[in-house]
Design a protein around this ligand. Structure first.
Ligand code: SF4
Ligand SMILES: [Zn+2]
Length: 136
């Protein structure tokens, strides 16, 4: 189970994850849809970014969310999943040059994904045991 300081750390990580996805969609949009500058996105890419933020905010794994790449659930709707994969394929390799600190942090974050997923499964099992006890 995550301790309070770990929860704070995880919250900071979520902020970083949002920054990373913003940069990646920005890179993709600028190179494919002719947009320019920070925060300038076409309508489709803006919708994708808003969607990705909403998925993060409602992620079932919170507070210990894994990186979406290593997720065992994949909550994205099929069309959005395809789109984000396309963005990742393009922007992923370019992030190391564009935003190396974010790119490296994201790689490091991914190393703890198994632990985060395990923690979620334990919390879920505990909750279902508790509700089983209450119903018996
Ligand atoms: S894909 Fe997985 S990790 Fe990403 S937001 Fe959805 S449930 Fe959470
Ligand atoms: Zn775009």
């Amino acid at each position: 189970m995550l301790k309070t300081n770990s929860v704070e750390k995880e919250e900071r990580r979520i902020v970083r994850e949002k920054k990373t996805i913003t940069e990646m969609i920005g890179l993709y949009c600028h190179d494919h849809h002719g947009t320019k500058g920070k925060g300038d996105l076409c309508e489709d890419c803006q919708n994708l970014l808003t969607y990705a933020f909403a998925r993060i905010d409602h992620c079932v794994f919170l507070p210990g969310k894994p990186t979406c790449k290593n997720c065992t659930i994949h909550c994205y709707a099929p069309a959005k999943k395809e789109k984000i994969k396309e963005v990742m394929r393009y922007a992923g390799p370019r992030m190391m040059l564009h935003k190396p600190i974010l790119a490296i942090s994201h790689l490091i974050d991914g190393k703890k994904d198994e632990e985060r997923i395990q923690d979620y499964l334990e919390r879920k099992a505990k909750k279902s045991r508790r509700s089983g006890e209450q119903n018996s």
